[in-house]
Write a protein that binds this ligand. Structure first.
Ligand code: SF4
Length: 346
């Protein structure tokens, strides 16, 4: 229900300190409340047990704490967990916990729907409704960390921005969320364990390099031939491969950090020798590694996983050219939690 009160988590720590001073209280009260809001993820003012009853009531009268709620949670046979989370305005996004032998990874959303229209992606059908706020991104990570501890007896180890939405189209909020996730006053996770995956927005890749971000960059490439890429990722017409290449070179010059390319091989779309040769050439522009991702059909049948022969061809050619390549089996297929399948169907 809309109350007209301000979301207290939109305030910085300095804002909170100032607020308490204006109320005739001590500035450090702001630190205490800030700790409850972020490090302890309090969802109500009543949770703030080291704050006086009067102060809690005053906060209640002035603010709300907008937070996400896990609306439905599904567990896959392979241990993957998918959350459909309800935002304060009733909209739903999805986030996924992916456990492997060595790590547990949160795949989080950055937008409700998506502003881009990749033809192979279920999220694209939802269209973009709005950007997520930093706290809504942060809360997804907190929920998944709890589930990781509950179901897999270990804390979350990695985060990938590969859920719903194009993170670089919500850059400021994604950066604010990552600042909170990595801050000792938030979750204290290492930025090295966070990967932002983009479909390739050249201007924003350069901005990230200029901003000296410490997290990893992944690019969903899927083709290194403009015509093919535009047919499956139409925004490639606006941001062609030549611009993407230039932005990635800029990134590497500034950060000296390797880029990951996410790549799906589809039957009859990008499975020829010409496609492979173009990809290998692209991989040589900047130091990179390649993740070949198993495809999970969405229901229209236009996109189908390529044959094993085509996949082997890709892998062998990349390896012959000394390019590190991993094959990522999809997880959580039985609950529509795999890559490209997030579409609020649960
Ligand atoms: S693949 Fe990513 S960028 Fe493309 S439509 Fe889906 S969510 Fe958006």
């Amino acid at each position: 229900m809309a109350t007209g009160k301000k979301d207290i988590r939109a305030l910085t720590k300095d804002d909170l300190r100032e607020f308490f001073v204006k109320q005739g209280d001590k500035a450090f009260r702001g630190n205490q409340v800030y700790e409850w809001l972020w490090q302890k993820s309090a969802h109500t003012f009543k949770d703030m047990t080291n704050v006086s009853k009067e102060t809690r009531q005053m906060l209640e009268d002035n603010f709300v704490i907008n937070h996400i709620e896990v609306d439905t949670m599904q567990r896959s046979k392979d241990g993957t967990v998918k959350n459909a989370v309800r935002l304060h305005d009733g909209l739903i996004v999805e986030s996924v916990l992916i456990p492997t032998a060595t790590r547990t990874t949160a795949c989080v959303s950055s937008q409700v729907g998506c502003s881009l229209d990749c033809k192979f992606c279920a999220t694209a059908r939802l269209k973009r409704m709005r950007n997520l706020n930093p706290d809504e991104i942060y809360d997804q990570v907190v929920s998944i960390d709890k589930e990781s501890r509950l179901y897999h007896n270990r804390p979350l180890s990695n985060i990938v921005f590969m859920g719903m939405g194009e993170p670089l189209m919500n850059y400021n909020n994604v950066i604010k969320a990552i600042d909170k996730i990595t801050s000792p006053e938030g979750l204290g996770m290492s930025a090295k364990r966070i990967t932002v995956s983009t479909s390739g927005v050249p201007k924003m890749i350069k901005k990230m390099a200029d901003d000296e971000v410490k997290f990893n960059l992944a690019v969903s490439l899927h083709s290194a031939i403009d015509d093919v890429r535009t047919s499956i990722m139409p925004f490639n017409e606006t941001f062609p491969l030549v611009d993407l290449k230039e932005a990635l070179e800029y990134w590497y010059d500034k950060t000296q950090r390797t880029i990951s390319y996410e790549y799906v091989v589809w039957k009859g779309i990008n499975d020829t020798q010409k496609d492979i040769d173009a990809f290998v050439k692209f991989c040589k522009y900047v130091p990179c590694k390649v993740n070949i991702i198993e495809y999970n059909p969405i229901d229209d049948g236009q996109f189908q996983q390529a044959t094993n022969v085509a996949l082997e061809n890709y892998i062998n050619t990349l390896e012959k050219n000394r390019i590190v390549v991993n094959v990522r089996r999809s997880r959580g297929k039985d609950i529509d939690a795999a890559c490209g399948q997030l579409a609020n169907k649960s």
